[in-house]
Design a protein around this ligand. Structure first.
Ligand code: ADP
Ligand code: MG
Length: 312
């Protein structure tokens, strides 16, 4: 039976740099085209960690060294660029894959803004490290000058840190829905969407990062999707991950997922937002299912053969 499926692609699975990304997009297009050929209505969102990092390094950080010559590019604009850069490869490769299979469907990438709440507690406690590594001295100087907040990143060094607020509202949701209803394949909410704060009629970009797993959950709920599929670098989520008693999770109930979340089995910033998004979606309406699996296993996952599935 035809389902409406929101597929969230992991930014890490999209590779580093244009060549790797094109190859990854071509593979991804195959998995997505399989689902479209089976008659499902597919909407695509994606992460952008490594990609926005690359853009921000060149256009934000390096430009900041010669600001008179090259005005440094703020993070929300880097986010918009990453939506275009990733969307282009996905749109282009999926179009070719569908044409090669004789499927006549248009693919479109939509620059997507997502409203966040200026009062979100995340702004008081930034958690998302971005940009290049600095020495401790550099980091302290940057912070003392009030340029931005810094943090020690997982024992690897010091980096700038930005807030990761929750998505409140997808600005272009009406357009996305209209295009999906028309039968177009829409790529939206890239990188979690460009975070904006509403000021009257104006939407102002903020230097923050919305987790694409939460934004994809918002998108799937708004579109009344049947399925939220989060494709990443592992086939299943696990409890006791990386330990001797590690146990992969297959079909689990909402209650089990919530118990494992509370017990701290999922790493914040990687698997935790996926599990939280999956639970949130599965809980939101009966019949909704969420799945976390490997990019190449999307089709098997939808068929119930693999992945971690949570159903309401
Ligand atoms: P994406 O780019 O797809 O969002 P992330 O790196 O943010 O990918 O999250 C996926 C990663 O989460 C996996 O590759 C894995 O290393 C890590 N991870 C952390 N905790 C777990 C867990 N309990 N089970 C499975 N994977 C986990
Ligand atoms: Mg992630």
């Amino acid at each position: 039976m035809s389902k409406r499926i929101v597929i969230a692609l992991g930014g890490n699975a999209l590779g580093n740099g244009p060549d790797e990304q094109f190859a990854a997009a071509r593979n991804t297009a195959k998995a997505i085209a399989d689902l479209i050929e089976e008659g499902h209505q597919v909407v695509i969102s994606h992460g952008n960690g490594p990609q926005v990092g690359m853009i921000h390094l060149a256009m934000g950080e390096l430009n900041a060294k010669e600001p008179d010559k090259y005005p440094p590019t703020p993070l929300p604009i880097c986010g918009a660029m990453s939506q275009g850069y990733i969307g282009f490869d996905l749109q282009n490769t999926l179009r070719t894959e569908l044409l090669d299979r004789g499927v006549n469907k248009e693919v479109v990438t939509l620059i997507t803004q997502v409203v966040v709440d200026a009062g979100d507690p995340a702004f008081q406690k930034p958690t998302k490290p971005i940009g290049s590594f600095m020495s401790h001295e550099e980091a302290l100087a940057v912070e003392a000058e009030g340029i931005y907040a810094v943090t020690e990143d997982a024992g690897r060094g010091w980096r700038r840190v930005v807030a990761s607020p929750k998505p409140q509202r997808i600005v272009e949701i009406g357009l996305i829905e209209a295009m999906v209803n028309e039968g177009y394949i829409v790529i939206a909410c890239g990188g979690g969407g460009i975070p904006v704060i509403q000021k009257g009629n104006q939407l102002e970009g903020v230097a923050a990062v919305i987790d694409k797993d939460y934004a994809s959950c918002r998108l799937a709920k708004d579109l009344d999707a049947d399925y939220l599929i989060i494709l990443t670098a592992v086939e299943k989520a696990a409890i006791h991950y990386g330990k001797a008693d590690q146990q992969w999770l297959s079909d689990i109930s909402i209650a089990e997922a919530e118990k494992y979340i509370a017990e701290g089995h999922f790493a914040p910033g990687s698997m935790l937002p996926k599990m939280e998004a999956a639970v949130d979606f599965a809980k939101s309406k009966s019949g909704r299912r969420a799945l976390i699996t490997l990019l190449e296993k999307a089709r098997d996952g939808v068929a119930g053969r693999t992945g971690t599935a949570i159903a309401g």
